[in-house]
Design a protein around this ligand. Structure first.
Ligand SMILES: Cc1ncc(COP(=O)(O)O)c(C=O)c1O
Length: 392
C-alpha cells in the first residue's frame, strides 16, 4: 500500500524520464575543469571549447581574480542579507555609477543574474491588463518573465518589424494599461541582431515601452563594448556579467525613476540575498577592462567572419548569424547530436541545440567564439566537420 502510493506520487517523474529517453532529450550534468579561456578538461580529456560565452576570455583574467579576492578580504564572503536590508555594501554605488556612465544612461542597478532579472523585472512593470509584444526567438527567461506577468502576450515574427508594427497598430486602442516590446539585441541561439533604431522608432511612434536584453552584446558590441543598446533611447536595458563579463550577475540600465521603481517593486531585487562581494569585485574589474578591449573585440569579430566564410565555402549553413554566435544548421535532432558527439571524439566541444530550445527541424550545433581562439583552432573545427560529412 505504502509502495503504491509512493509509485503514484513519483509516477510523473518516471513518465518524464521515459519521454525524454525516447526522444534522446534526457539531460545530464558533467564534471568539467576549465584550463584557460578556450580549453576545458572533461573526463581526463582536454578539449577545445567552442561552447563558452566567455567572449573576451575575462573569466581567467588576473585582474578579476585579484579584485574578487580584495573584495572578499575587505567585505567577507557573503552579503548576509538582501540589498534593502543590510546587503547594499558601499561598492554597489561605485559599480553602478561606473556602469551607468559606460552605458550612457542615467542610472544602473545590479541584480543577481540575467535569468532572475528577466523573470522579475517584466512582471514588476506589466500588470494583468498589459500587453507584451515578444520576439519569436526571445530567450526562455524573457518568455518566463512574460508568463509571470500574467498579461496578454503576442509573439511577433523574429526580427520582423513590419509584423511588430502591425501588432502595435491592431492593439493601440484596445484599452491595454501599457504595452511593452521585448527583444534581445544579439539573439542567443541564432547569433543575429535586432534593429535597434527601428525598434526605438516604433516604440516612440506608438508610445510603448521598449525592453532590450543586451546579454550577448555586452562587452562585444557598441561604444567601448558596452552593448548594442548603447546610445539608443531604450526604456530598459537588461544585461549580464556572466558572459563577456567573465563572472556573474546582471544589470539594468535605465532612468533614475525606473531604478527607484525597481528597488521598490522588483521581487528579484527585494527578496534575495545580495550578490557576494567577490562577484562585485570581478564585475568592477571587468568594467575597468572591457572599455579598453577594442583589440580583443576586433579579433573576436574577425574570428567570427573567418569561421562563417570558411563554413560557407564548404557549403554549411549558418542562418542569419552576423556575430560571435554561429549556428551550423543541421535539421534533425539526431544528426545534430551525432555531429556534436563526433566533434567531441575529436577533441572539440560544441553543443547540439535541439527542440524544445529551437523549433522542430532546426536542430543545430552552436559555436560561441572567443577572442582567444586562433585561426588554427577554427581550421581544426572545419577539418573535423568535413571529416564527419565525408564519413556519412
Ligand atoms: C539572452 C539571454 N538573456 C538572459 C540570460 C540569462 O543570463 P544569466 O546567465 O546571467 O542568468 C541568457 C543566458 O543564457 C541569455 O542568453
Amino acid at each position: 500500500m505504502v509502495n503504491d502510493q509512493h509509485n503514484d506520487k513519483f509516477g510523473f517523474i518516471d513518465a518524464e524520464f521515459d519521454r525524454r529517453n525516447a526522444t534522446r532529450q534526457l539531460r545530464e550534468l558533467r564534471n568539467v575543469l576549465p584550463l584557460n579561456g578556450i580549453e576545458i578538461n572533461i573526463n581526463g580529456r582536454t578539449m577545445l571549447n567552442f561552447c563558452s560565452n566567455d567572449y573576451l576570455g575575462l573569466s581567467m583574467h588576473p585582474l578579476l581574480q585579484e579584485r574578487s579576492i580584495e573584495f572578499i578580504h575587505k567585505y567577507g564572503s557573503g552579503a548576509t542579507a538582501s540589498r534593502l536590508i543590510c546587503g547594499n555594501y558601499d561598492f554597489y554605488e561605485q559599480v553602478e555609477n561606473k556602469l551607468a556612465q559606460l552605458k550612457q544612461v542615467e542610472s544602473a542597478l545590479v541584480l543577481s543574474s540575467g535569468f532572475q532579472a528577466n523573470i522579475s523585472v517584466i512582471p514588476a512593470l506589466a500588470d494583468r491588463n498589459s500587453l507584451i509584444l515578444s520576439d519569436q526567438l526571445n530567450h526562455n527567461s524573457l518568455i518566463q518573465g512574460a508568463r509571470l506577468a500574467r498579461c496578454k502576450v503576442a509573439v511577433y515574427r523574429h526580427n520582423d518589424l513590419s509584423h511588430l508594427a502591425q501588432l502595435l497598430k491592431q492593439n493601440a486602442d484596445k484599452g491595454f494599461s501599457r504595452i511593452f516590446i521585448v527583444t534581445e539585441s544579439v539573439f542567443s541561439m541564432d547569433g543575429d541582431v535586432a534593429d535597434m533604431e527601428g525598434l526605438v522608432e516604433l516604440a516612440k511612434q506608438f508610445n510603448v515601452f521598449l525592453i532590450v536584453d543586451d546579454a550577448h552584446a555586452t562587452g562585444v558590441f557598441g561604444h567601448k563594448g558596452m552593448g548594442l543598446t548603447c546610445g539608443h533611447d531604450i526604456d530598459l536595458v537588461i544585461g549580464t556579467f556572466g558572459k563577456a563579463g567573465g563572472s556573474f550577475g546582471a544589470y539594468l540600465a535605465c532612468s533614475k525613476k525606473l531604478r527607484i521603481y525597481m528597488i521598490n517593486c522588483c521581487s528579484g531585487l527585494i527578496y534575495t540575498t545580495a550578490l557576494p562581494p567577490s562577484v562585485l569585485g570581478a564585475i568592477d574589474a571587468a568594467l575597468d577592462l572591457i572599455p579598453a578591449m577594442d583589440a580583443q573585440r576586433k579579433t573576436l569579430h574577425a574570428n567570427a567572419e573567418y569561421l562563417r566564410q570558411s563554413l560557407h565555402e564548404k557549403g554549411w549553413q549558418t542562418g542569419s548569424s552576423s556575430t560571435q554566435i554561429i549556428p551550423i544548421m543541421i535539421g534533425k535532432a539526431a544528426d545534430a547530436l551525432e555531429l556534436s558527439k563526433w566533434l567531441e571524439e575529436n577533441g572539440i566541444l560544441i553543443s547540439a541545440i535541439r527542440p524544445p530550445t529551437v523549433p522542430e527541424g532546426s536542430s543545430r550545433i552552436r559555436l560561441s567564439l572567443s577572442a582567444l581562439h586562433t585561426r588554427n583552432h577554427i581550421d581544426r573545427v572545419i577539418d573535423v566537420l568535413e571529416k564527419w560529412r565525408s564519413n556519412k
